[in-house]
Design a protein around this ligand. Structure first.
Ligand SMILES: NC(=O)c1ccc[n+]([C@@H]2O[C@H](COP(=O)([O-])OP(=O)(O)OC[C@H]3O[C@@H](n4cnc5c(N)ncnc54)[C@H](O)[C@@H]3O)[C@@H](O)[C@H]2O)c1
Ligand SMILES: O=C(O)[C@H](O)CO
Length: 298
């Protein structure tokens, strides 16, 4: 069956509707854990996530249940890196605030010091998590704006060091020296709330923070405080927790913050590429063939 509603199934609806399925094609709003796998039944062979991130799937439970897991890497790397650049520039140049002034009829006159922003040219960019999207973002910033590159990674990235002049550093150094910080780590137990109040204290007052990874990597209460107290300059977020963020949340409408509805991969090219891989993955899993893109279960 194809879920017919506009909104994703609730956890209860998911449990009811997976019964008897051989494969599940899931989205990041579907939490797939042992309960769901038990409800599906023993014939469940594959969970094919229509996303590169797979933090919504319990991999240990998948291993225990003999269920393979697929994801959709690469085809969305460029589009998501482009959106990180878009957010960086939009936050740095206060596009949201300016646009709101025009829309709401508050724009009085051109003034020399109105809506002053910060420029990336020649500054330092810090990439938190140098995976596929982190690299594509770093390439854009170093080649486009001649930036000095710092990054965190679980291992040294020789190609990044050689081709982009990158330097792998500890997170604290990245936070203290970067003018622009972009988050690209996968969400895991190690990266949840990686950027907390202590991290914001280390950042420069002119820092612009971008997150296109997962909302849970940033402590949002700490971010509200950091922006409100001008501890950092601005933030551009494609991801939040929860999604959608209620309109009453203090981050919504906070000057200096621009929030998008998780559209990093929202281009025809990326979404069609993701669909092809996700369909290939579920068919291969059901038929017992190797998945085109398989998530290792450890
Ligand atoms: N906004 C969107 O629409 C959108 C689109 C695509 C991906 N994403 C998010 O972006 C993430 C990255 O995608 P990708 O294709 O680059 O994946 P990737 O696996 O290539 O990169 C993730 C990187 O995080 C690193 N990492 C994990 N734990 C770490 C830690 N504790 N410290 C430092 N680095 C750590 C990994 O080593 C890896 O290099 C996805 O997991 C997903 O959450 C969001
Ligand atoms: O992980 C992913 O792929 C995104 O969040 C949606 O494209």
């Amino acid at each position: 069956m194809v879920w017919p509603e506009e909104l994703p199934p609730t956890p209860e609806q998911l449990l009811e509707n997976v019964v008897g399925c051989d494969g599940l094609l899931t989205m990041l709003s579907d939490r797939i854990d042992a309960k769901v796998m038990d409800a599906a039944g023993e014939q469940l062979r594959v969970v094919s996530n229509y996303a590169v991130g797979f933090n919504n799937i319990d991999l240990s439970a998948a291993k225990e249940h003999g269920v393979r897991v697929g994801n959709t890497p690469d085809v969305l790397t460029g589009s998501t890196a482009d959106l990180a650049v878009t957010l960086l520039l939009a936050a740095a140049r206060r596009v949201e605030e300016g646009s709101a002034e025009v829309r709401e009829g508050r724009w009085g006159a051109w003034k020399p010091a109105a809506l002053l922003g910060v420029e990336p040219e020649g500054k330092t960019v810090g990439v938190v998590g140098m995976g596929r999207i982190g690299k594509a973002f770093a390439e854009r910033m170093v080649r486009g704006w001649n930036m000095r590159l710092l990054y965190t990674s679980r291992s040294e990235q020789e190609d990044v060091n050689e081709s982009l002049g990158g330097r792998r550093v500890e997170l604290d150094q990245l936070l203290a020296e970067s003018d622009f910080i972009s988050v690209h780590v996968a969400l895991t137990d190690d990266t949840r709330n990686l950027l907390d109040a202590a991290a914001f204290e280390k950042m420069k007052p002119n820092a612009v923070l971008v997150n296109t990874a997962r909302g849970e990597v940033i402590d949002q209460d700490a971010l509200v405080e950091a922006i409100s107290s001008k501890q950092i300059f601005a933030a551009g977020l494609d991801v939040t927790t929860p999604e959608p963020l209620p309109p009453s949340h203090p981050l919504v409408g906070l000057p200096g913050v621009i929030i998008l509805p998780h559209i990093g991969s929202a281009t025809d090219t990326s979404r069609c590429g993701m669909a092809e891989i996700a369909v290939d993955n579920i068919l291969a899993g059901i038929e017992g063939r190797p998945l085109r893109c398989e998530v290792p279960l450890g």
